[in-house]
Design a protein around this ligand. Structure first.
Ligand SMILES: [Zn+2]
Ligand SMILES: [Zn+2]
Length: 169
């Protein structure tokens, strides 16, 4: 998914991307994510008179995560908006009067895949739940409290106080 800056700025047509991107390695190592389908990427790159390129569109796919309370798999439809402005420069570290809405990039061309992956990672839920009132698992016996109940004493003990209790034994 390459943008060639010179080619784009001399063309009078925006550049369209319509492709499928495998993003599975972007979420590798996340234990809460079971699977992510390749993303359907629909993006349009438009050059501006200032020499920058506006890229906008959306990314669609399906994400399977574990409920953070009961660990059951939950499927989420992804529809992630994408909007970035890229500005090609000689040296991205030497930009004066940086505009924080612009991503300064070096070189003749730009690969959008890393930015697509980043948009996905930023969009991922921190603590997904299967339902807002999921009761989760009992921290003592591990039973799914959505399906059953248990007689465990789940009264919360402050771990610092618990340590003191042992100390005085
Ligand atoms: Zn749940
Ligand atoms: Zn229990």
């Amino acid at each position: 998914m390459l943008i060639q800056f010179r080619k784009l700025t001399t063309s009078d047509q925006p550049l369209q991307f319509h492709q499928t991107v495998d993003v599975s390695h972007a979420v590798k190592g996340r234990k809460d994510i079971i699977a992510v389908t390749p993303l359907e990427v629909e993006l349009k790159a438009t050059p501006t008179v200032a020499g920058s390129v506006i890229v906008r569109g959306h990314l669609q796919g399906q994400l399977e995560v574990k409920c953070s309370r009961c660990l059951k798999p939950v499927t989420e439809q992804l529809n992630i908006p994408f909007h970035e402005v890229f500005q090609p420069v000689e040296n991205p570290d030497m930009v004066q009067d940086e505009d924080e809405d612009i991503i300064y990039v070096k070189g003749e061309s730009l690969d959008l895949v890393p930015y697509v992956e980043e948009a996905l990672v930023l969009y991922l839920p921190l603590a997904p739940v299967c339902s807002e009132d999921c009761k989760g698992l009992c921290p003592i016996c591990g039973k799914d409290l959505n399906e059953t109940s248990c007689d465990c004493n789940t009264e919360v003990i402050d771990p610092r106080l618990a340590a003191l209790k042992d100390f005085f034994k």
